[in-house]
Design a protein around this ligand. Structure first.
Ligand code: FBP
Length: 258
């Protein structure tokens, strides 16, 4: 048995094949420009996570510390690094801002970390991630790597099958429990990406808000290709009926991919 396997045996997320995770780290990554009067309030999001039936919610440290409650809310993933939208145009780098120990103290079941694969600064992020991975697994926490192709060397190729597959594979090589990646356009492409990730589970991101049917169709393609789940935000909490859409999404993730 691999060393981290025994420590994460009872983790609520590790090994799951049908995960529905609600992402709410966009206040950091994009700023309040993504929000309206309702979804600017973290309480509104935590209510969607609970009522919508999500398996976990992704927050940065501050929102987690001030809003999330262990006995009331769904399991917590703390996003450990982040960068602002003001840095567009630079080679992307997202520094670690919260420690694994702090995430553990706050009650998180998992930690998340973004690596911009193809960035001129990818090596720095890989080094930080590698340390985080060891620390988190030692504490029995799951590790989710946001593997996003970004930067000059992959410019214009961010959504190519082989580029995403490479990013997903790196997650396996670095011992992530899950990689969170952009979804590929076709079923065949997604299947190859899932294969490349091996025993590391694949979670797809939602992306910009679009028509409900288009969004659910993309999630369906991912699940039918063998993805372990979805980790989505804007499409759900920007929706006029977020609970209704959550229920349809969960039906896709849990039932319809067999
Ligand atoms: P969405 O479903 O809203 O796209 O959220 C997924 C996510 O990975 C978030 O966790 C993150 O804040 C955001 O996308 C980053 O988006 P981008 O890097 O494309 O600006």
């Amino acid at each position: 048995m691999a060393t981290n396997e025994s420590k994460t045996m009872n983790n609520v997320l590790v090994g799951r094949k049908n995960l529905c995770i609600l992402a709410y780290d966009q206040g950091f990554e994009h700023g309040p420009t993504e929000f309206d009067e309702k979804n600017v309030d973290p309480e509104y999001i935590l209510n969607i996570a609970r009522e919508g039936g999500f398996d976990a919610v992704i927050l940065h440290e501050g929102v987690a510390a001030r809003y999330w409650q262990k006995d009331r809310d769904v399991p917590l993933v703390i996003k450990l690094n982040g960068k602002t939208a003001f840095r567009a145009g630079e080679e992307p780098f997202s520094p670690q801002l919260c420690t694994v120990a702090k995430a553990h103290t706050l009650g998180a079941s998992a930690v998340g970390y973004t690596i911009y694969v193809g960035s001129g600064r990818e090596a720095e992020m890989m080094r930080e991630f590698s340390k985080i991975e060891d620390e988190a697994h030692d504490l029995g926490m799951a590790v989710i790597a946001w593997m996003y192709p970004r930067g000059a060397s992959v410019a214009g190729r961010e959504n190519e099958k082989e580029v995403i597959a490479y990013a997903a594979r790196l997650g396996l090589e670095m011992n992530a429990d899950f990689v969170k990646i952009p979804s590929a356009k076709t079923y065949e492409d997604m299947q190859w990406i899932v294969k490349a990730a091996g025993r590391t589970g694949v979670l797809v991101q939602g992306g910009k808000q679009r028509d409900n049917e288009m969004f659910l169709e993309d999630m369906k393609i991912a699940m039918r290709s063998g993805a372990s789940g979805v980790a989505v935000g804007r499409n759900v909490w920007k929706n006029a009926d977020p609970i209704g859409l959550s229920k349809s999404l969960i039906a896709v993730v849990r039932n319809e991919h067999v």
